[in-house]
Design a protein around this ligand. Structure first.
Ligand SMILES: *Cc1c(COP(=O)(O)O)cnc(C)c1O
Length: 396
C-alpha cells in the first residue's frame, strides 16, 4: 500500500510542529519558527495563551458536550454578546468556516422561500473567492482546482469578476437571492473589496430585495483592526459567515443574521450535533473578552500599520517585491512575475524559520497572531529581507 494514513490531499512540508509558545512554533527537532501564518489566520492570541488554556481546561472538566436537544446557557450568553456588538440579531454556531457559509446560503434561500418567492434562489459570487470545501461552498467559486471532478455541483450559483460592480449588476435577474462576497479576499490574494464595489452591492440589495452575505471567515474577528472588516466600509450585511479567529484555534464558526434575513430559519430547518457545544462556547467567550478588551483593536491597528510600513520599506531594496496589500494584520506581499510565491514561502520556512502562507495572484500572506509586538515585526522583516536576498541569489 502506498497511500498515506492521512489522506494525501495536502502536500505537507517538513515543518512538523509539536509545540507552540506565543508567536513561535517549535518543531520535532526543537527548531523554532516565527509564526506569521497563525494556522491561516486562526491563532489570533498566539499559542498557549494562558487564559484560553485555562478556559478550555476548566470547561472540559465541567461540561464539554450536551447536544442541542437541551438549553445552552453559555451559548445564549455568547450569542447575546455577538448580537450586542454586531449588526446581527441572531447567531447559529458551527464547527468550521465552510459550515458557516453553508448556513448563510441556506438562510438566504430560505428567506425568499418564506417570502413566497422560492424561485429567488441564485447566489452571485466572485472570481478568486474562497468559501470552503463542501459541495455547496465549492459551487460558489470558479476555481477549477477546487471544482474539477466533483461535478455536478450545487445549481444556482453565478460567478462574476470581483470588484466589478457592473458585472455584478448585470448578473442579477428575477431568480437572484443575493451576493456572497469576502470583504477582503484571503486565499484569492489578500484583495480588499473597493468601497465603491461593496457600497454598490449594498445598494443593489436594498433596491431589489436581495441579501448581502459577507464571508468574513478570514478577514473578520479583529484581523483587519476593526472587529469586522465591513465596519471600515460603513455598511452592514444581512448575513455573515465567521470562523477562523473566533475560536483562536478551537474549531468554531458562526453564521450571523438580522432578524429579517433569518425569518425562514424556524424550528427544524437547520442543525448541528457539535455546533455551539459548551466547550466551544467557553472558548468563544474567552476569545471575545480578549478581542473586545481594552486596547486590543487599537493594538492591531497600530502594529498593523507598523508592519505594513516596514514591509513597504523592503520594496525598493528587493527586486522581487511588487506591492504590499491588505488591511490591519491581514497583509500580503505581491511578488513580481519572475518569482513564485509558493517557492518563496517554502524558502522562508525552510531556511529562515519564518512561517507565512501563499495566496493566489502570487502573493505571500502575512497573518501573524494579533498579539505580536514590535520585536516580532522587526524579526519578521529581518528574516523576510534575508530570505529575499538568498532566494534571489539562488534564482540568479
Ligand atoms: C478558510 C475560509 C473558509 C472555510 O473555512 P473552513 O473552516 O476551512 O471550512 C471560508 N471562507 C473564507 C473566506 C476562508 O478564508
Amino acid at each position: 500500500m502506498s497511500i498515506t494514513p492521512l489522506m494525501p490531499v495536502y502536500p505537507r512540508c517538513d515543518v512538523r510542529p509539536v509545540r507552540g509558545e506565543g508567536c513561535y512554533l517549535i518543531g520535532e527537532r526543537g527548531e523554532r519558527y516565527l509564526d506569521f501564518a497563525s494556522g491561516i489566520a486562526v491563532n489570533l492570541l498566539g499559542h498557549g495563551h494562558p487564559k484560553l488554556v485555562k478556559a478550555i481546561a476548566d470547561q472540559a472538566a465541567t461540561l464539554m458536550h450536551t447536544s442541542n436537544l437541551y438549553g445552552m446557557p453559555l451559548g445564549e450568553k455568547f450569542a447575546q454578546r455577538l448580537v450586542d456588538t454586531t449588526f446581527a440579531d441572531t447567531v447559529f454556531f458551527t464547527n468550521s468556516g465552510a459550515e458557516a457559509v453553508e448556513c448563510a446560503i441556506k438562510t438566504a434561500r430560505r428567506y425568499h422561500y418564506a417570502n413566497g418567492e422560492a424561485h429567488r434562489h441564485k447566489i452571485i459570487s466572485f472570481d478568486n473567492a474562497f468559501h470552503g470545501r463542501t459541495l455547496g461552498t465549492i459551487s460558489a467559486t470558479s476555481q477549477p482546482k477546487m471544482r474539477d471532478g466533483f461535478e455536478p455541483l450545487l445549481p444556482g450559483f453565478t460567478v462574476v469578476p470581483f470588484n466589478d460592480l457592473e458585472a455584478a449588476t448585470a448578473a442579477v435577474d428575477e431568480n437572484t437571492a443575493g451576493f456572497l462576497v469576502e470583504t477582503v479576499q484571503g486565499e484569492g490574494g489578500v484583495t480588499p473589496a473597493t468601497q465603491e464595489f461593496l457600497s454598490g452591492l449594498r445598494k443593489l440589495c436594498d433596491d431589489q430585495g436581495l441579501l448581502l452575505i459577507l464571508d468574513e471567515v478570514q478577514c473578520g474577528y479583529a484581523r483587519t483592526g476593526t472587529f469586522f472588516a465591513h465596519e471600515q466600509y460603513g455598511l452592514t450585511p444581512d448575513i455573515m459567515a465567521v470562523a477562523k479567529g473566533i475560536g483562536a484555534g478551537f474549531p468554531l464558526g458562526a453564521c450571523l443574521a438580522t432578524e429579517e434575513a433569518a425569518k425562514g430559519m424556524v424550528f427544524g430547518t437547520h442543525g448541528s450535533t457539535y455546533g455551539g457545544n459548551p466547550l466551544a462556547m467557553a472558548v468563544g467567550l474567552t476569545v471575545l473578552d480578549e478581542v473586545l478588551g481594552e486596547g486590543f483593536l487599537d493594538h492591531v491597528k497600530g502594529i498593523g500599520a507598523r508592519l505594513r510600513s516596514a514591509l513597504e520599506q523592503l520594496i525598493p531594496n528587493h527586486d522581487m517585491f511588487e506591492d504590499v496589500r491588505g488591511l490591519g494584520l491581514m497583509l500580503g506581499v505581491k511578488l513580481k512575475d519572475d518569482f513564485d510565491a509558493r517557492a518563496f514561502v517554502a524558502h522562508l520556512r525552510d531556511n529562515h524559520g519564518l512561517l507565512t502562507v501563499s495566496a493566489g495572484q502570487n502573493v505571500v500572506r502575512i497573518l501573524p497572531p494579533l498579539v505580536i509586538e514590535e520585536s516580532h515585526v522587526a524579526e519578521c522583516v529581518e528574516r523576510l529581507s534575508a530570505g529575499a536576498r538568498s532566494f534571489a541569489e539562488a534564482a540568479a
